[in-house]
Design a binder for this molecule. Structure first.
Ligand code: SAM
Length: 216
């Protein structure tokens, strides 16, 4: 098998047995993430602007991935419930949360984060009535040049690509969540299959957030 999980001294890692890339571990205490957390503000972080709530809101991250977006939201003070379909990615994040909970600085942030192994196109009832949902499932990329950075490249190679937006919007609506934020590459102008038009967009350096309002 090409990919496997391995317990390393640095934490649980996804290992590519054939590739050149170093093992992928999730580290919420990395210097770059600590710096980003220290500088957090509603003006600087596009995602916090898109959620448009005071600290303490409840956000459903329907596509947890490595949990970086969730960490940013939780660092601002939001409570984030993450859902992840891949058992491997779920285990990587769970391990990262366990390690981060031992760190005095990260512990209060991690206390606002939870992850569940779940396919979020089915409504996850404990998230009923949350303030906002986030969707970032790796939509099909047209251009080869638009590779995601660092760890995300390996994640993409491991998981593959391709997702439809409509089932996520339908699940958010079924949960009575009014605001759904969809993260896409900045220059991806292709309309998403079977999806309504966003109400508005926020554009950052590398990504764009499309904001949808569900009828609830
Ligand atoms: C691009 S990553 C998300 C990155 C994340 N925003 C972050 O900051 O680390 C996409 C993740 O969504 C997960 N995913 C895709 N479809 C899903 C679904 N229906 N339910 C739950 N997770 C899903 C994939 O397994 C992958 O881990």
């Amino acid at each position: 098998m090409r990919y496997g999980l391995k317990a390393l001294p640095t934490g649980l890692a996804l290992v590519d047995h054939y590739g050149q890339k170093p093992p992928l571990t999730v580290d919420y205490g990395s210097p770059s993430l600590r710096l980003r957390q220290k500088k957090i503000s509603s003006k600087g972080e596009l995602l916090i602007r898109a959620v448009k709530e005071k600290p303490g809101a409840r956000v459903l991250d329907m596509t947890a991935g490595l949990g970086i977006d969730a960490l940013i939201l939780a660092s601002y003070g939001h409570h984030v419930m993450m859902l992840e379909r891949s058992k491997t990615v779920f285990l990587l994040v769970k391990d990262a949360l366990k390690r981060a909970a031992q760190d005095d600085e990260l512990q209060p942030v991690v206390a606002r984060l939870a992850i569940h192994h779940w396919d979020s196109t089915s409504p996850f009832l404990p998230a009923k009535g949350f303030d906002a949902a986030l969707v970032d499932p790796m939509f099909e990329e047209k251009k080869k040049s638009a590779l995601p950075p660092g760890n995300m490249q390996m994640l993409q190679a491991f998981l593959g690509q391709g997702a439809e937006l409509q089932p996520f919007l339908a699940a958010a609506q079924a949960l009575g969540i009014r605001r759904t934020i969809v993260k896409r590459p900045r220059l991806d102008r292709a309309p998403l299959v079977n999806a309504p038009r966003p109400v508005y967009q926020l554009t950052g350096r590398s990504s764009r957030l499309d904001v949808f309002f569900n009828q609830v």
